[in-house]
Design a protein around this ligand. Sequence first.
Ligand code: NAD
Length: 268
Amino acid sequence: MRLAIVGCGSIGGELAEAADNMDEVKRIYLMDLNGKAADALASKLKKAIAVRSIDQELYHCDLVIEAASQAAAKAIIPKVVGRGVDIMIMSVGALVDDDYRKNVYDTARNTGARILVPSGAVCGTDGLSSAAAGSIDSVELITTKHPSSIVDVPYLKEKGIDVNKIAKPTVIYEGPAREAVKLFPKNVNVAAAVSIMGIGFDRTKVKIILDPKTKSNSHELIVKGEFGDMISRTNNVPSPSNPSTSHLAALSAIAALKRIIRNDWVGI
Ligand SMILES: NC(=O)c1ccc[n+]([C@@H]2O[C@H](COP(=O)([O-])OP(=O)(O)OC[C@H]3O[C@@H](n4cnc5c(N)ncnc54)[C@H](O)[C@@H]3O)[C@@H](O)[C@H]2O)c1
């Protein structure tokens, strides 16, 4: 299998190193806006070469993996699936817009490409996707973070909330996922993935709590439906190379890649 990885930061770097050690992976093309990041990563790996654009690689690549940014994902998904190539995306927030999402899924259906979204920084998505095969009454995502992880949010200024002055666990948002992803655009990936898998952006409820004592970025996923109910709690440690990314996100991308290349679908 030949891979192209767009984004050679914390997730892309860990994923590329893991892919380099997979026998099934024959070639890895690395692309980053910062060409030096792609060059440096390629120099550490056996099967990788740095490229400045993935356009030419789409003619012979089996899978593109986006681990860059929402803007990057929005730009490359139509191009990749339009060529009939599968894409795995980490910046799930790129799929928030309903019209955009419908367009790219329609294109993928027409060309036979797949848009693959790993579970990322949250556990319990296996139960959620099973539940969604029946009827679901409610999905709630409670995210608890340290106040320092929320920066540049105009909504908090409007509400007169100064995150530096938060001394005890404080709910700063409670409402539909659709509004949450607009108000907190840098914290949307998990809310977006859970909404798409379950009951959509309007019915999925999100609560965001800032806790000055927490050391982890935690997500509690609560689902109720015809199957019964479930609660999953994930206490994430940050990635060693990017404190705002949960380490589990890179691990989920590696696990997803293994499932895809080995056709090994246990517990999906
Ligand atoms: N799905 C999840 O649960 C989850 C969890 C954590 C992070 N993420 C998302 O995954 C993405 C990558 O996270 P990360 O921690 O590796 O970030 P990072 O900042 O460590 O690395 C991102 C890399 O992408 C490069 N880049 C940015 N824009 C680009 C573009 N247009 N084209 C090519 N390269 C570009 C940057 O130069 C950087 O090297 C982010 O969008 C992040 O929000 C998703």
